[in-house]
Design a protein around this ligand. Structure first.
Ligand code: CMP
Length: 151
């Protein structure tokens, strides 16, 4: 199994019909989709996911936002996928996110920043285990369209 990361289209992204464009960016880049589901994230899951932010003043609003509608959670696999995804997603604060990144193209405010991407390989492993059980992750074989997926 190659490197994997958790990408989630947040409720604002789903509501704004951005799921397709976001999936397309990761496919186009050459990553492999190994898990995908739409969920109304339970508060228990969100509190575990955002455990490190529990003392932040924006934490209650963050949980309310993330629980306000469905999230599309995905696991993407490939060479350096954690780091490259972070670059594709852009700065947490959309005001700092470069054009061409998901946040730089689709958002203007940090409290509605459209997408989540794991920030480290260890963080990704922890988050993938939180959001998916192993039967939901498919280890399928990429063919020639794989754009260096299997180096
Ligand atoms: P993300 O980096 O995906 O995960 C933590 C989230 O907390 C972040 O995206 C924002 O959605 C949110 N967040 C971080 N800082 C702030 C802030 N100052 N105000 C509101 N929301 C924030």
């Amino acid at each position: 199994v190659g490197e994997r990361t958790l990408i989630a289209v947040k409720p604002d992204g789903v509501q704004r019909r951005l799921v397709g464009q976001i999936v397309q960016r990761f496919e186009q880049r050459g990553f492999k989709l190994v898990g995908l589901k739409m969920v109304k994230a339970p508060e228990e899951l969100l509190s575990q996911h955002y455990h490190d932010l529990r003392k932040k003043p924006f934490y209650p609003n963050l949980l309310r936002y993330m629980h306000s509608g469905p999230v599309v959670a995905m696991v993407w696999e490939g060479h350096n996928v954690v780091r490259t995804s972070r670059l594709m997603v852009g700065d947490t604060n959309p005001a700092e996110a470069h054009p061409g990144t998901v946040r730089g193209d689709f958002s203007i405010h940090i409290s509605r920043n459209v997408i989540h991407a794991s920030d480290s390989v260890e963080g990704a492993q922890r988050e993938i285990q939180l959001w998916f059980n192993c039967t939901e992750l498919l280890d399928w074989v990429c063919c020639d369209h794989s754009n260096t997926y299997q180096l």
